[in-house]
Design a protein around this ligand. Structure first.
Ligand code: 13P
Length: 253
Protein backbone atom coordinates (compact mmCIF):
# COMPACT_ATOMS: atom_id res chain seq x y z
CA UNK A 1 0.00 0.00 0.00
CA UNK A 2 1.33 3.45 -0.86
CA UNK A 3 1.08 5.79 2.06
CA UNK A 4 0.34 9.33 0.94
CA UNK A 5 2.51 11.84 2.75
CA UNK A 6 1.02 15.22 3.55
CA UNK A 7 2.36 18.17 1.56
CA UNK A 8 5.46 19.26 3.48
CA UNK A 9 5.83 22.56 5.31
CA UNK A 10 9.04 24.40 6.16
CA UNK A 11 8.26 27.06 8.75
CA UNK A 12 10.49 29.78 10.17
CA UNK A 13 9.99 30.95 13.74
CA UNK A 14 11.75 34.28 14.04
CA UNK A 15 11.11 34.51 17.80
CA UNK A 16 12.02 38.00 19.17
CA UNK A 17 14.23 38.88 16.21
CA UNK A 18 13.88 41.23 13.26
CA UNK A 19 12.93 44.83 12.60
CA UNK A 20 11.36 46.91 9.85
CA UNK A 21 14.36 46.29 7.60
CA UNK A 22 13.88 42.51 7.79
CA UNK A 23 11.33 42.55 4.98
CA UNK A 24 14.42 42.27 2.77
CA UNK A 25 15.04 38.78 4.11
CA UNK A 26 11.46 37.82 3.33
CA UNK A 27 11.82 39.28 -0.17
CA UNK A 28 14.91 37.10 -0.76
CA UNK A 29 13.06 34.02 0.46
CA UNK A 30 10.22 34.81 -1.94
CA UNK A 31 12.70 35.27 -4.77
CA UNK A 32 14.18 31.83 -4.14
CA UNK A 33 10.77 30.15 -3.85
CA UNK A 34 10.56 29.28 -7.52
CA UNK A 35 7.93 27.28 -9.33
CA UNK A 36 9.71 23.97 -8.75
CA UNK A 37 9.80 24.52 -4.98
CA UNK A 38 6.25 25.90 -4.90
CA UNK A 39 5.15 22.66 -6.48
CA UNK A 40 6.64 20.59 -3.70
CA UNK A 41 6.64 22.42 -0.37
CA UNK A 42 4.79 25.10 1.62
CA UNK A 43 6.84 27.88 3.20
CA UNK A 44 5.77 29.87 6.24
CA UNK A 45 7.45 32.70 8.13
CA UNK A 46 6.32 33.64 11.64
CA UNK A 47 7.85 37.05 12.38
CA UNK A 48 7.32 38.99 15.61
CA UNK A 49 3.82 40.48 15.78
CA UNK A 50 5.12 43.98 14.97
CA UNK A 51 6.01 42.75 11.46
CA UNK A 52 2.99 40.61 10.57
CA UNK A 53 1.20 43.28 8.55
CA UNK A 54 4.32 44.37 6.63
CA UNK A 55 5.29 40.78 5.93
CA UNK A 56 1.75 39.97 4.84
CA UNK A 57 1.90 42.78 2.29
CA UNK A 58 5.35 41.72 1.01
CA UNK A 59 4.19 38.10 0.70
CA UNK A 60 0.98 38.76 -1.25
CA UNK A 61 0.82 36.51 -4.30
CA UNK A 62 4.14 34.79 -3.49
CA UNK A 63 2.71 31.61 -1.97
CA UNK A 64 4.77 32.17 1.21
CA UNK A 65 2.47 32.07 4.24
CA UNK A 66 2.77 34.41 7.22
CA UNK A 67 2.00 33.33 10.77
CA UNK A 68 1.99 34.44 14.39
CA UNK A 69 4.11 33.03 17.23
CA UNK A 70 1.36 32.90 19.84
CA UNK A 71 -2.25 33.97 20.36
CA UNK A 72 -4.56 34.54 23.30
CA UNK A 73 -7.38 32.13 24.09
CA UNK A 74 -9.96 34.94 23.80
CA UNK A 75 -10.94 36.93 20.72
CA UNK A 76 -10.75 40.38 22.36
CA UNK A 77 -10.88 42.13 25.71
CA UNK A 78 -8.83 43.45 28.61
CA UNK A 79 -5.59 41.51 28.12
CA UNK A 80 -2.79 44.04 27.95
CA UNK A 81 0.06 43.05 25.68
CA UNK A 82 -1.68 40.01 24.21
CA UNK A 83 -2.78 39.39 20.64
CA UNK A 84 -5.81 37.36 19.61
CA UNK A 85 -6.12 34.88 16.78
CA UNK A 86 -8.76 37.15 15.23
CA UNK A 87 -6.26 40.00 15.18
CA UNK A 88 -3.55 37.80 13.68
CA UNK A 89 -5.94 36.67 10.94
CA UNK A 90 -6.90 40.32 10.37
CA UNK A 91 -3.21 41.21 9.99
CA UNK A 92 -2.67 38.66 7.21
CA UNK A 93 -1.59 35.57 9.17
CA UNK A 94 -2.87 32.13 8.23
CA UNK A 95 -0.97 30.06 10.81
CA UNK A 96 -0.04 30.50 14.46
CA UNK A 97 2.47 28.65 16.64
CA UNK A 98 1.01 27.66 20.02
CA UNK A 99 2.67 26.00 23.00
CA UNK A 100 6.26 26.63 21.97
CA UNK A 101 8.53 25.45 24.80
CA UNK A 102 9.73 29.04 25.27
CA UNK A 103 6.11 30.12 25.90
CA UNK A 104 5.53 27.12 28.16
CA UNK A 105 8.69 27.99 30.16
CA UNK A 106 8.60 31.82 30.11
CA UNK A 107 4.85 32.22 30.58
CA UNK A 108 3.93 29.03 32.43
CA UNK A 109 1.57 27.86 29.69
CA UNK A 110 -0.08 24.55 30.55
CA UNK A 111 -1.26 21.95 28.06
CA UNK A 112 -4.82 23.10 28.73
CA UNK A 113 -3.98 26.70 27.84
CA UNK A 114 -2.21 25.49 24.70
CA UNK A 115 -5.30 23.53 23.70
CA UNK A 116 -7.52 26.61 24.27
CA UNK A 117 -5.15 28.64 22.08
CA UNK A 118 -5.25 26.00 19.34
CA UNK A 119 -9.05 26.06 19.42
CA UNK A 120 -9.09 29.88 19.36
CA UNK A 121 -6.80 29.78 16.33
CA UNK A 122 -9.11 27.45 14.46
CA UNK A 123 -12.15 29.60 15.30
CA UNK A 124 -10.37 32.36 13.33
CA UNK A 125 -9.46 30.02 10.47
CA UNK A 126 -5.79 30.04 11.46
CA UNK A 127 -3.94 26.73 11.36
CA UNK A 128 -2.38 26.11 14.77
CA UNK A 129 1.11 24.61 14.98
CA UNK A 130 1.01 22.83 18.33
CA UNK A 131 4.51 22.37 19.78
CA UNK A 132 5.53 19.48 22.02
CA UNK A 133 8.87 18.14 23.19
CA UNK A 134 10.77 16.77 26.14
CA UNK A 135 13.53 18.36 28.23
CA UNK A 136 17.01 16.91 28.45
CA UNK A 137 16.28 15.41 31.89
CA UNK A 138 13.13 13.76 30.55
CA UNK A 139 15.05 12.33 27.57
CA UNK A 140 17.85 11.06 29.81
CA UNK A 141 15.31 9.60 32.20
CA UNK A 142 13.88 7.53 29.34
CA UNK A 143 10.52 9.36 29.50
CA UNK A 144 10.53 11.30 26.23
CA UNK A 145 7.79 9.28 24.52
CA UNK A 146 5.48 9.34 27.54
CA UNK A 147 5.97 13.07 28.07
CA UNK A 148 5.17 13.89 24.47
CA UNK A 149 2.13 11.58 24.42
CA UNK A 150 0.88 13.30 27.56
CA UNK A 151 1.44 16.77 26.07
CA UNK A 152 -0.46 15.74 22.95
CA UNK A 153 -3.33 14.24 24.93
CA UNK A 154 -3.99 17.53 26.70
CA UNK A 155 -2.82 20.12 24.12
CA UNK A 156 -4.57 18.91 20.98
CA UNK A 157 -7.89 20.39 19.86
CA UNK A 158 -10.87 18.06 20.02
CA UNK A 159 -11.33 17.72 16.29
CA UNK A 160 -9.14 17.95 13.20
CA UNK A 161 -9.75 17.11 9.57
CA UNK A 162 -6.08 17.04 8.49
CA UNK A 163 -4.65 20.20 6.98
CA UNK A 164 -6.23 22.31 9.74
CA UNK A 165 -3.65 21.22 12.32
CA UNK A 166 0.15 20.96 12.42
CA UNK A 167 2.27 19.39 15.16
CA UNK A 168 5.87 20.38 15.81
CA UNK A 169 8.11 18.01 17.76
CA UNK A 170 10.84 20.16 19.27
CA UNK A 171 13.05 18.52 21.88
CA UNK A 172 13.76 21.39 24.30
CA UNK A 173 17.43 20.41 24.58
CA UNK A 174 17.87 20.66 20.80
CA UNK A 175 16.54 24.23 20.52
CA UNK A 176 19.30 26.74 19.81
CA UNK A 177 22.00 24.34 21.00
CA UNK A 178 23.27 22.79 17.78
CA UNK A 179 22.39 19.39 19.25
CA UNK A 180 19.96 17.12 17.44
CA UNK A 181 18.45 13.74 18.32
CA UNK A 182 19.64 10.69 16.44
CA UNK A 183 17.72 9.76 13.33
CA UNK A 184 16.40 6.72 15.20
CA UNK A 185 15.10 8.92 18.02
CA UNK A 186 13.37 11.25 15.55
CA UNK A 187 11.84 8.29 13.71
CA UNK A 188 10.60 6.71 16.93
CA UNK A 189 9.06 9.96 18.19
CA UNK A 190 7.39 10.91 14.93
CA UNK A 191 5.91 7.42 14.55
CA UNK A 192 4.57 7.66 18.10
CA UNK A 193 3.03 11.07 17.37
CA UNK A 194 1.41 9.71 14.20
CA UNK A 195 -0.09 6.87 16.24
CA UNK A 196 -1.61 9.34 18.70
CA UNK A 197 -3.03 11.41 15.84
CA UNK A 198 -4.56 8.36 14.13
CA UNK A 199 -6.07 7.13 17.39
CA UNK A 200 -7.53 10.55 18.08
CA UNK A 201 -8.70 11.71 14.65
CA UNK A 202 -8.94 8.50 12.60
CA UNK A 203 -7.91 8.73 8.94
CA UNK A 204 -7.52 12.52 9.22
CA UNK A 205 -4.56 11.84 11.49
CA UNK A 206 -2.57 10.67 8.47
CA UNK A 207 -2.91 14.07 6.81
CA UNK A 208 -1.72 16.14 9.78
CA UNK A 209 1.78 17.46 9.25
CA UNK A 210 4.35 16.61 11.91
CA UNK A 211 7.33 18.99 11.79
CA UNK A 212 10.68 18.44 13.44
CA UNK A 213 12.25 21.48 15.13
CA UNK A 214 15.49 22.08 17.02
CA UNK A 215 18.80 23.15 15.44
CA UNK A 216 17.68 22.39 11.88
CA UNK A 217 20.32 23.73 9.46
CA UNK A 218 20.95 23.20 5.75
CA UNK A 219 23.67 20.64 6.57
CA UNK A 220 21.50 18.38 8.73
CA UNK A 221 18.11 19.03 7.08
CA UNK A 222 18.46 16.37 4.43
CA UNK A 223 18.93 13.62 7.04
CA UNK A 224 16.16 14.89 9.32
CA UNK A 225 13.61 15.52 6.57
CA UNK A 226 14.09 12.07 5.05
CA UNK A 227 12.77 10.38 8.21
CA UNK A 228 9.38 8.74 7.97
CA UNK A 229 6.55 10.92 9.40
CA UNK A 230 8.73 14.02 9.31
CA UNK A 231 6.60 16.29 7.13
CA UNK A 232 8.76 19.39 7.34
CA UNK A 233 10.66 21.53 9.79
CA UNK A 234 10.11 24.34 12.28
CA UNK A 235 13.27 26.39 12.01
CA UNK A 236 14.51 29.02 14.46
CA UNK A 237 17.95 30.58 13.94
CA UNK A 238 18.45 29.32 10.40
CA UNK A 239 15.21 30.98 9.25
CA UNK A 240 16.67 34.44 9.82
CA UNK A 241 18.89 34.13 6.73
CA UNK A 242 17.18 33.56 3.39
CA UNK A 243 19.98 31.32 2.07
CA UNK A 244 19.85 29.02 5.10
CA UNK A 245 16.07 28.81 5.15
CA UNK A 246 15.90 28.09 1.43
CA UNK A 247 18.79 25.63 1.81
CA UNK A 248 16.60 23.60 4.16
CA UNK A 249 13.57 23.73 1.83
CA UNK A 250 15.84 22.57 -1.04
CA UNK A 251 15.46 19.04 0.28
CA UNK A 252 12.04 18.91 -1.36
CA UNK A 253 13.08 20.14 -4.81
P1 13P B 1 16.52 26.65 16.47
O1 13P B 1 16.30 26.21 15.04
O2 13P B 1 17.18 27.99 16.58
O3 13P B 1 17.15 25.59 17.29
O4 13P B 1 15.05 26.90 17.10
C1 13P B 1 14.08 25.92 16.94
C2 13P B 1 12.78 26.46 17.38
O5 13P B 1 12.56 26.68 18.57
C3 13P B 1 11.76 26.74 16.36
O6 13P B 1 10.52 26.98 16.92
Amino acid sequence: MTVLRPRPLVAGNWKMNGNKHSARVLASIIQGYDAALRNKVDLLICPPATLTVTFGVVAVGSGVYIGGQDCHTKASGAHTGDISAVQLADSGATYVIVGHSERRADHGESNEVVRAKAMAARMSWLTPIVCVGETRAQREGGNALDIVREQLKDSLPETACGSDLVIAYEPVWAIGTGLIPTIAQVAEMHAAIREVLMARYGEAGAAIRILYGGSVKPDNAFDLLSVSHVDGALVGGASLEAADFLGIAEYYR
